[in-house]
Write a protein that binds this ligand. Structure first.
Ligand SMILES: *Cc1c(COP(=O)(O)O)cnc(C)c1O
Length: 400
């Protein structure tokens, strides 16, 4: 079958929950993807901030293959060495104390919310605790994660959500203060909003929220699923601000392609929240995915991934700023590190289609923003290559 025939098959078999780009990807090499017909694409999406190490990393692949031959799965009723090593390393890089492995980002958010509710319940026995989340946030598609997602369009068809969620505005501390009460058990936010439009939390907002949390023993939950894992030039974006959460979530680049996530907490929360019987997962933290995490964390260090982000990100920022100056239809550049967005005054679908046509993979965030979340191993030359193609795509749109 050719590519078009596969696409037709897909549309007959898969539930239509995505308006997919008309490409069947077949393999990857470094920062390039190849479709079924052998056409090469520079990839500035990385499977939505997942493939940090680039495609076909031999050391990573070999570690996975070795684990497949050894042991894929047991159960969380037993210990396994890859999970022990992965947890130990994750504690080191995050500075958190306790780890729970999940199969996805949304599940990590579910666990974080459960831990926060249990923590509050143990304190006062009430069952009407509230959580404050942010407008324009994104935390995943399961019912709990959706309930704290600040996009009514995603929530409405599935109402009622889990109860007692209040929404404040990111970077507006007064909007948070107005919602805080003695029922509040947690404040959840992405350190940098991803889906919602590449919007970083201001340092003073984050510090203000942290102060409220400390004063009232409210738990701060930072969702680092997209902005974490080195993307901002820090292992976790909150480390840049020096604002440590009580609970944090991580996923996406954590396994660099194997489905895995985690929520982590401080010892204080660990001792006073979820206990035996409160939470579980069949697959979460199995030897296979944990062998991937372990290798990813090793390779981050050996290959100086964060150093590369610190070197290339300012260059990407500068080149995007130049584009903004040059094209009137670009109204703003925002983001941090290798997590950047260009805001246009019109929908960007045509530009993304044009870029794909010319061999560049880009993704949107909302209708008007192009999001740049490349593999963390990109070079300045890759940035130049991306900018050239993007300019062509913008140019043929007559946006000048
Ligand atoms: C992607 C994402 C999620 C959901 O992760 P899944 O693995 O798709 O469930 C949650 N929070 C943030 C910030 C994300 O970017």
């Amino acid at each position: 079958m050719n590519m078009q025939e596969y696409i037709e098959e897909a549309e007959n078999a898969l539930l239509h929950t995505y308006n997919r780009y008309q490409i069947v990807f077949d393999k990857g090499e470094g920062v390039y993807l190849y479709d079924m017909e052998g056409k090469r694409y520079l990839d500035f999406v990385a499977g939505i901030a997942v493939f940090a190490l680039g495609y076909h990393n031999e050391e990573y692949n070999d570690a996975l293959k070795a684990q497949i031959d050894k042991l894929l799965h047991t159960s969380n009723y037993y210990y396994n060495v890859p999970a022990i090593n992965a947890a130990k390393k994750l504690k080191e890089v995050s500075g958190m104390d306790r780890v729970f492995f999940t199969n996805s980002g949304a599940e990590a958010v579910e666990g974080a919310v459960k831990a926060a509710r249990k923590y509050a319940w143990l304190k006062d026995g009430r069952t009407d605790h509230e959580i404050i989340a942010m407008n324009h946030s994104f935390h995943g598609r399961t019912m709990g994660a959706l309930s704290v997602t600040g996009n009514p369009k995603y929530r409405e068809p599935f109402e009622p959500m889990i109860g007692n969620i209040r929404f404040a505005d990111l970077n507006d501390l007064d909007s948070v203060k107005r919602l805080v009460s003695d029922k509040t058990c947690a404040i959840i936010m992405e350190t940098i909003q991803g889906e919602g439009g590449l919007m970083p939390a201001d340092e003073c907002f984050l510090k203000g929220v942290k102060a409220i949390c400390e004063e009232r023993d409210i738990l701060l939950i930072l969702d680092e699923i997209q902005c974490g894992m080195g993307r901002t030039g820090y292992m976790y974006a909150w480390q840049r601000y020096g604002v440590k959460p009580d609970i944090m979530t991580t996923a996406k680049a954590l396994g660099c392609g194997v489905p895995v996530g985690a929520f982590l907490m401080t010892e204080k929360v660990g001792r006073n929240s979820l206990a035996a019987g409160d939470h579980g997962t069949t697959y979460g933290g199995n030897p296979f995915v944990c062998a991937a995490i372990e290798k990813v964390l090793d390779l981050f260090e050996e290959n100086h991934i964060i150093e590369n982000v610190r070197e290339v990100a300012p260059y990407l920022e500068r080149r995007l700023e130049e584009l903004k100056e040059k094209y009137q239809c670009i109204t703003e550049r925002r983001g941090m590190g290798l997590m950047q967005g260009l805001v246009f005054d019109h929908p960007v679908r045509d530009i993304i289609d044009g870029a794909l046509e010319k061999g560049l993979v880009l993704i949107n965030a909302g209708t008007n923003i192009i999001r740049f979340v490349p593999p963390l191993v990109i070079s300045k030359e890759n940035v130049d290559e991306m900018i050239d193609i993007l300019e062509h795509a913008i140019g043929s749109e007559a946006c000048g």
